[in-house]
Design a binder for this molecule. Structure first.
Ligand code: ADP
Ligand code: NI
Length: 239
């Protein structure tokens, strides 16, 4: 579903809102994170669209390309961190409530508001042992885009920015990573930033929803791995 001029006008208002709210934020959840996720979600949608078209034009394919609601894709990407539980005492309702309060007065249909809220509720990583499947293609694309921004060079910068914003140490070899089996246990995590690589970042590659997202994740994953090798070698004075 392509965007109508009315949809575009609403997206413009959402952009203005999140830009004002998140500019200068210092934990890695700033406007530029939202902008990168917004652009990457659209880029992945294009790549996945091409893949689907290739498969339908091939003689054996029987599936039809899934039509993406581009308004939901873009609004979901722009609003996915609108009131993240990490900054709202672990409250998972804060995000959907803030999105509804913004979208309802703009005349967005309840169906689309519910879809955007579902993306916001489901998007977060909730611990190594917790599986939270995204129901719709729009949600899967936004989640992949958000996860890609946790990987690679940008992901490394964001991790230490977040740790610093929470007064966390960069590393303490005595405190080992844990594979959290519940969202509650993951939420309570207060340890040094290097553990975050083992508790979340290195697990993301296997959890990508789309083939196009996974391909990009592989390169960014390797970059994390190389960073960790160098970091730990320097820590021990080997390099
Ligand atoms: P999610 O929706 O999965 O929570 P976000 O887009 O909100 O992802 O960003 C999470 C990012 O914040 C992580 O990828 C990381 O860079 C940073 N972060 C979150 N928790 C920690 C932590 N415990 N230690 C260091 N960085 C963290
Ligand atoms: Ni995010």
């Amino acid at each position: 579903m392509t965007k109508t001029p009315q949809d575009q006008a609403i997206i413009d208002q959402i952009v203005a809102h999140v830009k004002a709210k998140f500019s200068g934020e210092a934990s890695g959840h700033d406007w530029f994170h939202l902008e990168r996720v917004w652009k990457m979600a659209q880029h992945l949608a294009e790549l996945e669209g091409q893949l689907t078209l290739e498969s339908v034009t091939s003689a054996t394919a029987t599936t039809q390309p899934t039509e993406i609601d581009h308004f939901v894709l873009e609004a979901g990407a722009l609003l996915h961190d609108i009131a993240d539980w990490k900054f709202h005492d672990g409250n998972e309702q804060a995000g959907p409530e803030a999105a509804t309060a913004l979208l309802q007065p703009l005349g967005v249909s309840q169906e689309r508001i519910d879809h955007v809220c579902d993306i916001i509720k489901t998007i977060s990583f909730k611990g190594a042992g917790v599986v939270t499947p995204m129901k719709t293609l729009e949600g899967q694309l936004v989640q992949d885009a958000d996860r890609l921004d946790a990987l690679g060079a940008v992901g490394i910068a964001r991790t230490f920015a977040f740790g610093g914003s929470q007064n966390r140490a960069i590393y303490d070899p005595a405190i080992k990573p844990q594979l959290h089996q519940s969202f509650d246990a993951y939420k309570k995590e207060q340890n040094h930033s290097l553990n975050h690589f083992y508790e979340k970042l290195l697990l993301l590659k296997e959890r990508m929803n789309t083939a196009s997202g996974k391909k990009i994740a592989e390169g960014r994953h390797q970059y994390l791995q190389d960073f960790l090798d160098e970091f730990l070698a320097e820590w021990d004075g080997q390099r």
